[in-house]
Design a protein. Structure first.
Lengths: 307, 283
């Protein structure tokens, strides 16, 4: 078999993993290229393509440390990145030039790829959403844009380059509240959120995941399935990101606060009745004390000033 | 500016360029002899070269495609030569691999070469050996007097048309050229694990007398294959191989490549550097 042809086929398979699927289905096309199908392990070549893509995503490790540690401990990296390489090739997509965009694309992929009934894959999906939310509210999404290019051929772990990728990140900002969003139509009696926040419903507690992953011999079976509601929040006056643990009611309330709905409207949306009204009042008071919510001028009882 | 000075009496110890390495250098300014830095890094971020005011830099490279059938551009070779001269690197380490290949016809009449972002193990054949020798001659004509070291590739799966194992391929290449060997012990172990070869026996077949530099890093077994992994520490087997190699040869340099994760634990890095120092001392 010709050296040049063998290298050409290997390179094409790594760069365009969709070809591997084609050659698997139509081995004669591979034969026509001068390669006997039984001499080339297409599965292994696809996994190698995954390694190559994994290395291109090394700079993301600084932003998604738990997710990468989890993939490493669970020996999932090659499976994840080879599936990712195949998906992007099938869809004719390359890899984004900036790290925030790559993080966004990878998160999108994990969302599609993971099996909710698979404990480890669910842990990965949770860890990645959690870390992406933290990163999303950090400075790296809003600073000046710089392309990452050097790391393509050279594995290196330099910090991800900063860039503005608000537009691309919009999908995962669906649950993100921005205080200024509803200023124009803000109702004077309506509570509103301060700063930026992302609401998460997870099936595992990131603290438990971190504790297990940082053990000398991590045992992922020790991480229980546990419904956790979190609000990742950055106050407008702060560059720090806070994580608030919520109950389901708190999560639902935060999701409904839009600067337009009055406390009474919020109570109606959360079940109505006296119980809901009282719970909304109490929760709004707590949120105001923390500083995440501003309570309007409506009388909801004793209201303390926002932090 | 600091330059690497060869020292026949000892093996110098370095780290692959990374945030981890820079943090270690900050914490232990006198513990390292050099940083090995990729040409591609310097090409993209030339300011990284400022590090040479603190510590000598040794140039590593993944752009020459020594075992490939598509030559790198003269601009790339000239840029490597200029970088090597600027750093006064003692050598240029390059993968015994390819990073570009001819394009496949079918999608275009005159397909463009496929440029990869990661080096690939070549076909292990006599034709490939001849190609390496020819490529080296061509590259040297532009790279100038800086010696080239060739680094053994990890083999992850059988390469079609191969007629020899990796150790025989490396030996055949070095029998035909005067390059030095950059022995990556993790790549070597990965190849043995993936091909079912006995590492200690295979080591005897490698041209150890040509070793100038050694690399160590981690490896992980995933999806049924052993993979290079610079985000995790080297395994005990890698240290056993190092011990064995040091019985035969005294490399000029040893580079620890824990450079894929900025979160690589500094304590483990420190311990492993000490372990390497201990092995070098005993040897």
């Amino acid at each position: 078999m010709s050296l040049a042809r063998v290298h050409a086929v290997l390179a094409a398979g790594v760069e365009h993993p969709r070809l591997l699927e084609h050659w698997r289905e139509t081995p004669n096309d591979l034969r026509a290229l001068g390669i006997e199908p039984d001499t080339l392990d297409l599965d292994a070549l696809g996994k190698f393509a995954g390694l190559s893509v994994k290395v291109r995503h090394n700079p993301l490790r600084a932003l998604l440390p738990l997710s990468f540690r989890l993939m490493s401990v669970a020996a999932l990296e090659i499976a994840v990145f080879s599936a990712y390489a195949a998906q992007r090739s099938r869809r004719g997509l390359g890899y984004a030039p900036t790290m925030p965009e790559r993080a966004h694309d990878l998160l999108d992929f994990i969302g599609e790829w993971h099996d909710p009934n698979d404990h480890i894959q669910s842990l990965l999906w949770d860890a990645m959403r959690y870390e992406y939310a933290l990163a999303q509210l950090g400075p790296w999404f809003v600073e000046a844009s710089v392309e990452d290019a050097a790391s393509d051929r050279v594995p290196e772990d330099s910090a991800p380059k900063h860039c503005a990728s608000k537009q691309r990140a919009s999908k995962h900002r669906a649950a993100k509240h921005e205080a200024s969003k509803h200023q124009a139509s803000k109702h004077r009696d309506a509570p509103s959120l301060r700063g930026e926040s992302v609401l998460l419903e997870l099936q595992s507690n990131p603290n438990d995941v971190a504790r297990v992953l940082h053990a000398s011999t991590p045992d992922l079976t020790q991480i229980d399935q546990d419904s956790v509601c979190l609000c990742v929040w950055r106050a407008p006056e702060s560059s720090n990101v806070a994580v608030l643990a919520l109950d389901e009611f708190g999560l639902a309330l935060l999701a409904e606060i839009d600067g337009v709905r009055t406390p009474q409207a919020l109570a109606r949306r959360l079940g109505g009745g006296r119980g809901a009204a009282a719970a909304v009042r109490e929760a709004l008071r707590s949120l105001a004390e923390i500083g995440i919510a501003e309570i309007g001028t409506a009388d909801i009882g004793v209201v303390t000033a926002c932090a | 500016v600091k330059y690497f000075e060869a020292d026949a009496t000892r093996t110098q110890l370095g780290l692959a360029y990374s945030a981890t390495a820079l943090a270690y250098l900050d914490a232990h300014p006198d513990a390292l002899d050099y940083i090995e830095i990729p040409f591609e890094q310097l090409r993209h971020t030339p300011e990284a070269g400022a590090l040479q005011s603190r510590i000598p830099l040794v140039l590593h490279c993944a752009s020459v495609s020594v075992a490939g059938t598509v030559a790198p551009s003269t601009q790339t070779l000239d840029a490597i030569a200029a970088t090597a001269a600027q750093l006064r690197t003692p050598w240029i380490g390059e993968h015994l691999a390819f990073v570009s290949a001819e394009g496949l016809e079918g999608e275009a009449d005159a397909p463009e070469p496929t440029a990869l972002t990661y080096t690939v193990c070549p076909q292990l054949s006599e034709a490939s050996v001849e190609r390496v020798v020819a490529n080296l001659d061509a590259a040297r004509a532009r790279l100038g007097a800086t010696p080239l070291l060739l680094e053994n590739s990890p083999q992850y799966f059988p390469i079609p048309g191969s007629t020899m194992p990796m150790s025989a391929f490396v030996a055949a290449v070095f029998a035909r050229c005067d390059a030095g060997l950059l022995l990556d012990l993790t790549h070597f172990l990965i190849t043995c694990l993936n091909t079912g070869a006995d590492p200690m026996r295979e080591l005897e077949r490698m041209p150890l007398d040509r070793v100038v530099e050694v690399h160590i890093s981690g490896l992980s077994v995933q999806s049924g294959i052993a993979w290079d992994d610079h985000a995790i520490p080297a395994s005990p087997q890698v240290f056993q191989l190092l011990q064995r190699v040091l019985r035969e040869v005294r490399p000029q340099a040893l580079t620890v490549e824990y450079n894929w994760s900025a979160a690589f634990p500094q304590t483990i890095l420190h311990q492993h550097l000490q372990r390497v120092r201990d092995l070098l001392e005993v040897a």
